[in-house]
Design a binder for this molecule. Structure first.
Ligand SMILES: CC(C)(COP(=O)(O)OP(=O)(O)OC[C@H]1O[C@@H](n2cnc3c(N)ncnc32)[C@H](O)[C@@H]1OP(=O)(O)O)[C@@H](O)C(=O)NCCC(=O)NCCS
Length: 316
């Protein structure tokens, strides 16, 4: 039976086993601190749990279970997210991961989940055999070309926790006219940003950094960007703009690039909603995302995923 794992020694066992795969360049101790800290955030407490099969005092297979809300063709649905699936090395090939995933889906059905969703790091084949299908979302490489007129006049400042409710509202603007969009309450935005900020803070100095800025008009946040820098380059993790053209996000990125050209790379990667293409940005490359979004219906609901909206910060 699938079991929620909260016992500290079992959790440590999972961290020991998964550290070589998902350690992200942290020390083993920092990897533990990172995981525990995320579990204590408002969103982490409410929406994420570690589950698995335990035999005796050994965790033979484990995964993270995420439970969250989304919109499917304008209708609210419940999503079971499956992440960090891991089978003890000496038990691989015995269908343990398959059994765990099926058990999580059965349990998700009882909880009223409509779809199961995961982001595969091992390509599509394994999960396709378990009935999941790929949702194609390209990863774009975008460039912020030099603005010959200099930095645009846009008031940019660091985001504060009190901005989050407004930014969540802005983020939800993209869920309106779309087949599938993850709901983005303030607590989820906070979780996504904290996850990266903690990773930067706990890791070797200078390896990673995160910037989270808002643009203001009349003392109100009207647009925002979250940009990370790390071994994989610069990533526009997420952004949002009250202006549907995305003009303020484009201006913010231009202004940040001008602020410190040595620091802020003009080329970055992003997964953007199909309708969101600020004029100031040039798409120079489009390729399949390395983490493949895959879905399987649980309740029979089949959203139109062709216009799915999610951000890099939502990827688990
Ligand atoms: C991927 C993983 C969870 C599979 O666990 P498992 O319990 O051995 O899986 P199952 O027994 O259910 O399935 C085994 C089958 O999957 C195949 N498989 C294993 N890893 C695979 C991969 N990376 N890509 C495609 N197929 C894979 C095996 O070859 C085997 O195929 P067979 O049935 O033809 O012999 C395990 O290899 C693991 O923990 N890997 C490290 C962590 C990881 O990468 N997790 C996935 C994150 S998205």
């Amino acid at each position: 039976m699938v079991r929620d794992i909260s016992d500290p020694s079992l959790l440590d066992q999972i961290l020991d086993a998964t550290y070589p795969v998902w350690g992200e360049g942290l020390s083993r101790q920092s990897y533990g601190s990172w995981n525990r800290a995320l579990g204590m955030t408002a969103w982490g407490c409410e929406h994420v749990a570690r589950v698995g099969f335990v035999e005796g005092d050994e965790v033979v297979v484990s995964a993270r279970r995420y439970l969250f809300d989304a919109q499917a063709d304008g209708r609210p649905i419940k999503v079971l997210g499956i992440g960090a699936v891991f089978t003890a090395e000496h038990r691989r090939g015995q269908r343990l991961a398959q059994r765990l995933i099926e058990a999580m889906i059965d349990e998700g059905r009882v909880r009223g989940c409509d779809v199961a969703l995961l982001f595969s790091e091992i390509g599509a084949d394994y999960y396709a055999r378990l009935g999941f299908s790929v949702v194609e979302r390209p990863r774009l490489t975008i460039e912020v070309p030099r603005n010959r007129r200099g930095a645009p006049a846009v008031l940019v400042r660091a985001a504060e926790p009190s901005d989050l409710p407004l930014l969540s509202e802005i983020s939800m603007l993209y869920s309106g006219d779309t087949g599938f969009a993850i709901d983005r309450p303030a607590s989820l935005l906070e979780f996504g940003v904290l996850r990266r900020r903690l990773l930067a803070g706990l890791g070797p100095s200078g390896l990673r950094s995160l910037e989270f800025f808002v643009a203001e008009e009349g003392y109100r946040a009207v647009a925002y960007v979250v940009v990370s820098r790390g071994p994989g380059g610069v990533v526009l993790e997420e952004c949002g703009d009250r202006d549907p053209s995305g003009a303020r996000v484009g201006a913010m990125l231009e202004s940040l690039a001008e602020r410190d050209p040595s620091q802020m790379d003009r080329t970055m990667r992003a997964v953007l909603p199909a309708s969101f293409r600020p004029l100031q940005l040039e798409v120079i490359k489009s390729e399949p995302s390395p983490k493949v979004m895959m879905v399987r219906s649980i309740s029979g609901v089949e959203p139109d995923y062709s216009r799915a909206v999610y951000w890099q910060t939502d990827v688990f």
